[in-house]
Write a protein that binds this ligand. Sequence first.
Ligand code: FES
Length: 150
Amino acid sequence: MAGSIVSIIGKYTPRDKSNLIAILQNVQKKKGYITPEAVDSIANHLSISRSQIFGVASFYSQFKFYPPGRNSIKICLGTACHVQGGDFLLNALKSEIGISPNETTADGRFDLERVACLGCCALAPVVMVNDAIFSNMSVVKLKEILNQYE
Ligand code: FES
C-alpha cells in the first residue's frame, strides 16, 4: 500500500507546495481518505511538515483523514440546528455509536462528521446518513434510524 502511495505522489513535479491540494485530492480519490502513510510521504516529497499539510487541508472540508465507514453520518451543528438541540443529538450519537466526529467505528459501520449547515435549516435539527436527510431529529428517532444501517 505504501508503495502505491509513493507512485501516486511521485508523479507530481516540481516538488512544490503548490501541488499539495492536487496530491491530496488524488490520494483521497485512490485511497478513499488521506492515510497516515500518505501524510508522511507527501511531507517527504514536498519537504514540508505534517502540520503544514493538516493546516492547509483543514481549509477544505473535502479532505478526510479517517477511513470512510460503510455509512457516513453528518450531524449539522449550524445555528438553526444548534438552537434546536444539535449538540444534545451529537452527544447521544457519540454514546450510541462510540465515536467522536472525524472517526470511524471499529467495525467500519459508521463514520461521523459534524457540518456547519446542510441547507435545510427549516427542518432543524438535521442529520444526514449517506444521501438521506433526516429532519426534526430527536434522540428516539436517531436510534431508530441508526438501526436501519448495517
Ligand atoms: S443549520 Fe442545520 S441545516 Fe442549516
